[in-house]
Design a protein around this ligand. Structure first.
Ligand code: ZN
Ligand code: ZN
Length: 352
């Protein structure tokens, strides 16, 4: 079968590999959709410390069950059978450490990841490892949800995890930095799940801002390359500032701007990580102190968030279909990475 294998930074090959065999405690999938994100582009250029090459990459996965290991259902209390439609978690918690037993699986200290320690979804077939099955990380796709939509449940789950910490209340003003797919999902969740009030979308790329705004219709878009974004948010909120700010970008300045534009009792999610070589910001601690700000981190998602994402897609509370703007075959997977890198589509999905 064909699979996209990472050997070293910028040495990523679409090659013929033997079809994987399903062990007694594993499930084998025919991958139908594996979506792409900025992480794939990062891996392509930089690799990752947890990624052991050669490795089939791809972590936003949905497929059809083609084989169920003999011990799977008895061991994990499941009833998987051939023909079932399933979505796979990407971040795999151990289920046993202090954090996992506290229910904080997104910050498991022994976390492994599909596409890093286990072969991922840019392939015709893949094995769902026992570590995923053990934490109930293989999820049934509701009948009215397509494989392409289900493959977007993983990034969507990361956004759900972040918003869970923000306590968004009905009518809250929300600012989202970053007009990528995850920024769009944040807007949809803030409105569809938390009944947010006015939402403002910020980016420095005018084309991407327009493309995403056409889909998710924020009350206003702000091009931070052209206007002072803090000043504009202050104007839009009558000088009060934004109740909730989410930085879905890797730009340090957006975290500083988020603090500067926060309302009293404002809540901030540092959703996007910063470059490893430049991970610090300047924070006026007195602004945090006197305005009683709440600053949250966000690290991936827990299996539970993936299940909730599939449910929100199924009920229509948070649609994702229209955010998937490109479908490409596995042969063009490297083109898909370029499309993501250039911000030319909202979400690109690969169909092996
Ligand atoms: Zn991703
Ligand atoms: Zn753990």
């Amino acid at each position: 079968m064909k699979a996209l294998r990472f050997y070293a930074p910028e040495d990523v090959r679409l090659e013929d590999v033997p079809e994987p065999e399903c062990g007694p405690d594993e499930v084998k999938l025919r991958v139908r959709n594996c979506s792409t994100c900025g992480t794939d582009v990062k891996i392509f250029y930089n690799g990752h410390q947890n990624l052991t090459p050669p490795r089939t990459i791809g972590h936003e996965i949905a497929g059809e069950v083609v084989e169920v290991g003999a011990d799977v259902n008895a061991t994990y209390g499941s009833d998987w059978k051939v023909g079932d439609r399933a979505q796979v978690i990407a971040a795999v918690p151990c289920g046993e450490c202090y954090e996992c037993t506290k229910g904080w699986m997104a910050v498991c200290q022994n976390q492994t990841s599909v596409g890093y320690q286990y072969d991922g979804g840019f392939a015709e077939y893949m094995i769902v490892p026992k570590q995923v099955l053990k934490v109930d990380g293989l999820n049934r796709i509701p009948d009215n949800v397509g494989y392409d939509e289900a493959s977007a449940a993983e990034p969507f789950a990361c956004a759900i995890n972040a918003q869970e910490l923000l306590g968004i209340e009905a009518g809250d003003t929300v600012v989202v930095f970053g007009a990528g797919p995850i920024g769009c999902m944040h807007i949809r969740i803030a409105r569809g799940v938390h009944q947010a009030g006015p939402v403002y979308l910020v980016d420095v790329n005018a084309e991407r801002l327009k493309m995403s705004a056409d889909a998710v219709q924020p009350e206003e878009t702000i091009n931070a390359a052209e206007v002072d974004v803090v000043e504009r948010v202050m104007e839009l909120t009558g000088g009060r500032g934004a109740d909730v700010i989410i930085t879905a970008t890797a730009a340090n300045i957006t975290q500083e701007q988020a603090i500067a534009m926060a309302a009293r009792n404002g809540r901030i999610s540092f959703f996007g990580g910063l470059p490893k070589t430049n991970p610090t910001i300047t924070c006026d601690s007195n602004v945090v102190h006197y305005r009683q700000l709440h600053i949250h981190g966000a690290n991936g998602s827990a299996p539970e968030h993936n299940k909730r994402a599939l449910e929100y897609i199924s009920t229509g509370q948070v649609p994702v279909k229209d955010l998937i703007t490109e479908h490409v075959p596995l042969e063009r997977v490297l083109d898909a990475f370029q499309i993501v890198k250039n911000g030319e589509a909202i979400k690109v999905t690969v169909e092996p």
